[in-house]
Design a protein around this ligand. Structure first.
Ligand code: SF4
Length: 458
């Protein structure tokens, strides 16, 4: 077992026994579960909407090269700049260059998983730049020195009391503030930063080639402030976020909000097509979009795993996953957790280092059931397992076990040896590492031949 797998197993074991953690997660998820069905009522037929969305994403991903080139052409026409980054390091280098050029001391950031993926805050800190998370959940996590716990709800594992205590410890506020008071404290602190920042960084929920724009969805207005207040706006976005036309937003905005938070539509939906133009009062003087690959073309290369690029990062599969609900987001130690994280991380990073995530699933299929773009997540987890075996990455013990299993299964005499009790005793001892976190194997007391003979007799 490699280091990542061992650490994942250790953290998951501890977390799954933590009742307080489970109480908070169940509480927050129960609120989500209560509102999603209400949000779905806005669709005449939600399944048709999901199928349509899958088709749109299929078209976008199958023609990804053309879509991205069209986006670049349209966006640059209006004075924006596009940078293509093959790796996270390249993206960081480009951001570093821009910050240096702008003599940036303070940078405001809205919520963006892709900037987590490239560890932007760590990089900026090393450059002596203060980078402030402006989404409330991300701000809480940044204060606590923790990465986001969930791709949509970064501080989902914290109660309001936890947040009040954190603010008291870090900001010196009274320890019993209400959520409204805590929000006002954060708002006051953040407003100052918006005014100071030379550069604003956001992600993007969608890239829209036909108008050469990016669409950003948020509930707090902080992404609008991060993109409009500073003189320079940088967007970092994964290349898979393409939807072909602006008209498609009519489908994707409600789908994202319903499956992400149960809302009919998210509070602020913004389309940005470039920097401030002549005679315009608001907006940045410069706007740069960094199109990031960072392993996404590995998923694209395989016609089966390509489907994972349809993801709109709504987080529904995390909320539906029995494994995620028990072990929590941080046990994964990856940017993307839950079912979608387990599918894409081995391809974005190293299969050998992260193949264990594909086994962190009961294969119940609940993730596939809830995905708004109908990604066959549980089948993709199996595809990852298959790939890992085909690339010879299965551990020696597993290879020997399967070989023994195959030999025995093909040999009737071996299958008929001993009774169920004896098989249970011997095999549960041999497969001790398997049964340490699962119930024991339980063989039938009679062999197949015995049962067949009895049936024939009766
Ligand atoms: S895989 Fe589907 S359910 Fe999971 S985050 Fe992506 S779009 Fe949402």
């Amino acid at each position: 077992m490699n280091e990542n797998a061992a650490s994942f197993k250790a953290k998951s074991t501890i977390r799954s026994a933590d009742r307080e953690h489970r109480r908070k997660i169940n509480f927050n998820m129960s609120r989500y579960n209560a509102v999603v069905p209400v949000g779905k009522l806005q669709f005449a037929d939600v399944m048709v909407a999901r199928e349509r969305a899958k088709n749109v994403k299929w078209r976008a991903i199958e023609t990804l090269d053309q879509q991205l080139l069209q986006f670049e052409m349209e966006f640059t026409k209006r004075g924006g700049k596009v940078i293509w980054a093959e790796t996270g390091e390249q993206a960081l280098e480009e951001i570093g260059k821009i910050c240096k050029e702008k003599n940036c001391k303070t940078l405001v950031k809205s919520k963006s998983m892709v900037t987590e993926e490239i560890h932007l805050n760590r990089f900026l800190e090393k450059q002596g730049i203060e980078s402030i998370e402006t989404d409330l959940g991300e701000y809480i996590q940044q204060l606590d020195g923790e990465p986001p716990y969930h791709i949509v709800t970064p501080a989902m594992h914290k109660s309001k009391e936890d947040v009040a205590k954190l603010f008291a410890d870090k900001l010196g506020t009274p320890p019993n503030l209400t959520p409204e008071q805590l929000t006002l404290v954060a708002r006051h602190k953040l407003r100052e930063k918006f005014m100071q920042a030379e550069v604003g960084v956001t992600g993007a929920n969608f890239i829209i080639p036909d108008v050469g724009g990016v669409a950003i969805t948020e509930n707090e207005g902080n992404a609008r402030l991060s993109s409009a207040f500073p003189k320079t706006h940088i967007v970092v976005v994964g290349i898979e976020k393409v939807i072909p036309t602006m008209v498609d937003l009519g489908l994707f905005w409600p789908l994202l909000s319903t499956f992400g938070t149960g809302q009919k539509v998210t509070v602020y939906n913004t389309i940005i097509t470039g920097p401030k133009r002549e005679k315009e009062q608001d907006g940045p003087e410069e706007m740069v979009v960094i199109l990031l690959d960072n392993g996404r073309t590995n998923l694209l290369a395989n016609p089966k795993t390509r489907e994972a690029l349809y993801c709109i990062r709504c987080g529904a599969c995390l909320n539906a996953c029995p494994v995620y609900k028990n072990i929590g987001g941080h046990s994964y130690e990856t940017t993307y957790s839950g079912p979608i994280g387990s599918v894409i991380t081995p391809h974005l990073k190293e299969m050998d280092e992260y193949k264990h995530l594909s086994n962190a699933s009961s294969l119940c299929g609940n993730c596939t059931e809830v995905c708004p773009v109908r990604i066959n997540l549980h089948e993709l987890l199996l595809e990852n397992r298959k790939e890992a075996v085909e690339f010879g990455m299965a551990p020696l013990g597993e290879k020997i076990a399967w070989k023994a299993w195959k030999t025995a299964s093909l040999n009737r005499k071996m299958m008929n040896m001993g009774n169920g009790k004896m098989k249970n005793r011997v095999l549960n001892k041999i497969f001790k590492s398997w049964t340490s976190s699962r119930s024991n194997l339980n063989f039938s007391q009679k062999t197949f031949n015995e049962m067949w003979a009895e049936r024939k007799k009766s």
